[in-house]
Design a binder for this molecule. Structure first.
Ligand code: AMP
Ligand code: TRP
Length: 339
């Protein structure tokens, strides 16, 4: 018999540094839209994930509040959605341990994010960095979440989440965990670096010029776009014409995601023109979309105690959902409930 699960959206963002335009377009800006869709929405600042690489404790506290502020600035309403920080709901870490016994070591070594982050000296990376996807599966499955909106770089982790759910269900002979659907949609599922069209825009890139931060002011945004790496050719009339031009394709994709059009709707307006015309238009658009969000974020950051209060209420609501699911998981696995 096919078990039906009630629709539930879960997503998380790491407080491991400032947020970028990539986080915004690939993930954040989509979250508010799921509110009122009939699905319950649960959004998490994943601080336990962040510490898989070294975080300065004071900066981690600041970044955790800042990510919470970004969720709200992007329209996540804590009266509708459950908004909290991961470490306050102990079920995440507990279920991650249970999943460490279900997942296989080989699955973890195959993760491209692990290979990228661990680099050449992988023996010296934290054990948490290797086990990270098991915690991510726990984040999602502790709520029986049915769908997860993320950027393209998280696809492999979501496949692993499905593998863990399927193996658990198979090993214990019941359809207890849902096989979660990844929601990776739109023209900005993978926003690339402004300096190198083959690299993802990332908060951990050493070059600040490679990314637009959600805290950048209008002048900085315009300057970074003006200096973005491109080529000398004029723009074509269709997106197909950009097949071999990754940097140009990236800027057009960013424009499309910001304006809500498709690249093929935009390009005829710029056909035959160079980046001297396109870049100022993109900068103006980026500033008009990001400035109100930046302002709202800094308004929220003006009252950190209020952010903490909101996160605390969210953690209470999250615990109410996750606790019975994790209790049931332990029961299925054969743990005695002694009190
Ligand atoms: P992270 O900052 O790694 O916790 O990522 C938070 C969310 O932003 C995830 O859903 C990522 O897939 C998404 N994301 C991060 N960087 C990018 C990017 N360059 N393009 C699109 N989405 C991204
Ligand atoms: N691993 C994700 C990232 O780096 C963050 C994350 C942790 C997440 N747990 C999650 C995303 C659960 C979606 C669902 O971007």
């Amino acid at each position: 018999m096919q078990t039906t699960f009630q629709p539930r959206i879960f997503s998380g963002i790491q407080p491991s540094g400032g947020l970028t335009l990539g986080n915004y377009l690939g993930a954040l800006r989509r979250f508010a839209g799921f509110q009122g869709s009939g699905a319950e929405t649960i959004y998490c600042v994943v601080d336990l994930h962040a510490i898989t690489v070294w975080q300065d404790p004071e900066k981690l506290r600041h970044n955790t509040r800042e990510v919470a502020a970004a969720f709200m600035a992007a329209g996540v309403d804590p009266a509708i959605s459950v908004l909290f920080n991961q470490s306050q709901v102990s079920q995440h870490a507990e279920l991650a341990w249970l999943f460490n016994t279900v997942a296989r070591v080989g699955w973890m070594y195959r993760m491209t994010q692990f290979k990228d982050k661990a680099g050449k000296n992988s023996e010296n990376s934290s054990l948490g960095l290797l086990a990270y996807p098991s915690l991510m599966a726990a984040d999602i499955l502790a709520y029986h979440a049915t769908a997860v909106p993320v950027g393209d770089d998280q696809k492999q982790h979501l496949e692993l989440t499905r593998d863990i759910a399927a193996k658990f269900n198979h090993d214990y002979g019941q359809e207890f965990f849902p096989i979660t659907e990844p929601l990776i949609e739109g023209s900005a599922t993978r926003v690339m670096s402004l300096r190198d069209g083959s690299k993802k825009m990332s908060k951990s890139d050493p070059s600040d010029a490679s990314r637009i931060n959600l805290t950048d002011d209008a002048d900085t945004i315009a300057q970074k776009i003006r200096k973005a790496r491109t080529d000398a050719d004029p723009l074509p009339g269709t997106f197909d014409g950009l097949a071999d031009r990754p940097e140009a394709r990236n800027l057009v994709n960013i424009y499309a995601a910001l304006s809500g059009e498709t690249p093929d709707q935009i390009l005829p307006r710029f056909e035959g023109q160079g980046f001297g015309a396109f870049k100022p238009a993109l900068a103006e658009l980026a500033v008009s979309v990001l400035a109100p969000i930046t302002t709202r974020m800094s308004d929220f950051m003006g009252d950190p105690a209020e952010i903490d209060r909101i996160l605390g209420k969210g953690a209470d609501r999250a615990t109410e959902i996750a606790q019975p699911i994790v209790e049931k998981t332990k029961e299925i696995m054969g743990m005695i409930r002694s009190r």
